[in-house]
Design a protein around this ligand. Sequence first.
Ligand code: AMP
Length: 647
Amino acid sequence: MSNDIDQSSDVVEESVDDSSIKFSDLGLSAEVLQAVNDQGYEAPSPIQEKSIPPLLEGRDLLGQAQTGTGKTAAFALPLLSLIDANQRQPQLLILAPTRELAIQVAEACQQYAKHIKGINILPIYGGQSYTIQLKQLKRGAQVIVGTPGRVMDHMRKGTLSLKDLRALVLDEADEMLRMGFIDDVKFVLEHSPPERQIALFSATMPREVKKVADQHLVDPVHIKIASKTVTGANISQRFWVVRGTHKLDAITRILESEETEGVIVFVRTKTATTELADKLSARGFSSEALNGDVPQANREKIVDKLRKGKIDILIATDVAARGLDVERISHVINFDVPHDTESYVHRIGRTGRAGRTGKAILFIAPREQRMLASIERATKQTITPMELPTVKDINESRVARFKNKLIAATSDEDLSLFTQIIAEMQHDQEIGVEQLAAAALFMAQGDTPLILDEKELKANRAFVQDSDSRGESRGDSRGSRPRESRFKGEDREYRGGGVDKPAPSIQPTALNKFPDLEMARYRLDVGRHAGVKPGNIVGAIANEAEIESQYIGEIEIMDDYSTVDLPADMPKGIFSILKKARVAGKPLNISIYKGETDGTEKDYSNHPKPKQYKPSKKSYNTKRDRGEGPKAKSDFALKKRKDRKKP
Ligand code: AMP
């Protein structure tokens, strides 16, 4: 599979833009522009700057971009600007590979279209009841955001008509291919008006996606985010996976325990700069916001304060921190992921100035994992995973800082008045020096207790408000679901889009460092004779049971049944959904795989490792293929595979 789009002459190679193009320069409708302002976006991201004008002109577009680049707004803002809200028929259809993404994109569209009167945006996905969807479709919606299978179902039933469709977006086309939706996508393409505009976005450009583009896009604009930058070796880089713990909590712990001087924290929106600055100030860190709304004179004052150590933390947007040169910046914290690798390089280049060493920390949600891999490739450096400091770490560094302050005071300050007071008290009150010193330290700690206890930390966390960036709230809303953290955070795998063959190996990335998951093998009641392909199974499981595709492991198709590796401790509800879910017209009727004893398959009942093992997909597809990983595990995986071959 190639990761590169054709380098033809009309490819627009993107880079961080210094020309300060504004959203208002791009020709968006007044309503959409107002919504963008409400979002607090300061400037268009590179992909937005390049996509919005041609999409507004009605041109087709082929964009190689991943999550985090701002691609949703890149297509939604112009295409929503072109909607005629007086007409109730679907005019814009956005296809996304998973219900989760469909919901997210629909939510984003809702935000961007909130000032367009009479507009209705409808998400349609597998797993939701047809009755609800039918009712909503009858009411009419100008914008449909859906998963390919369910959209196709409605088209076939005649409950969704695309006769007035003017634009079609294929979001994460490579992922739709991976999940076996290519035929459904082709169906939609072939059953929509031939003159409709198409925008196809894909993180990678496998042959099949290119083929769809070649067949259906007319003279498209090509847009690609280039990744060609290298960073200085004097900056150490770490990443922390946003999972469970809140980002504000995480940054607090980091600021408490790391030896920092000046710190720049990067967020995406103007609103986030001020909110985070307020929250950190409330937690006792001297911080200020720097964004494009800050007048130049003030900006200089703020930077000067940072330079002189009057403040330690600056919360900035990319635009506002451009070219900022302050030697004492020891840390750059990417609180929100950057839109592209070059922004990342610009950001972290704010530290490690004048021959010093610097530290960069990246907060990254599992969904944004591709960006992490891109950054590693672009910077040609490894970004190492980091653990959050524990309460013990925080307390140790608090005590160390306290001691250092005391030591400094003994040499730097005139203490004669205080030594005299101690002498008097010793004499008058008969209190020992040690006790007096301890009492003085107690008073010196002020309102914030020197030692943090776990309970207090938890209590703080409960009251923390979310930052307004959509990326973060996405992570959090998903994180709040029970067990959700078990269902995210692994690298995606190619499972053969509808092709019944073993998956090829994937490239090792930093994501291989994400924790492994206990997997189990399950049996499904549908097999080759029913016409099932791996992609259908992935699609059904992902969309009906809401399991992210990266948690769906090895799939094997036998004549009358199939097996699939899924997380071992799936909630009961998910299990029963999977029992009823249908593929090729038959219920999956999922059960724990116990091996087959019907004579046509080998008997696994004496297998040394029944039911559960850890983790199947990596041993099969990555580490084993690369000859890495624990030997016993790969041998086991190999053996299983061999044994399963039909006699
Ligand atoms: P996406 O790549 O579409 O998943 O978007 C990633 C995140 O970037 C979302 O949280 C958006 O709200 C945010 N975003 C999109 N465009 C901009 C922009 N121009 N400035 C700041 N944030 C943006």
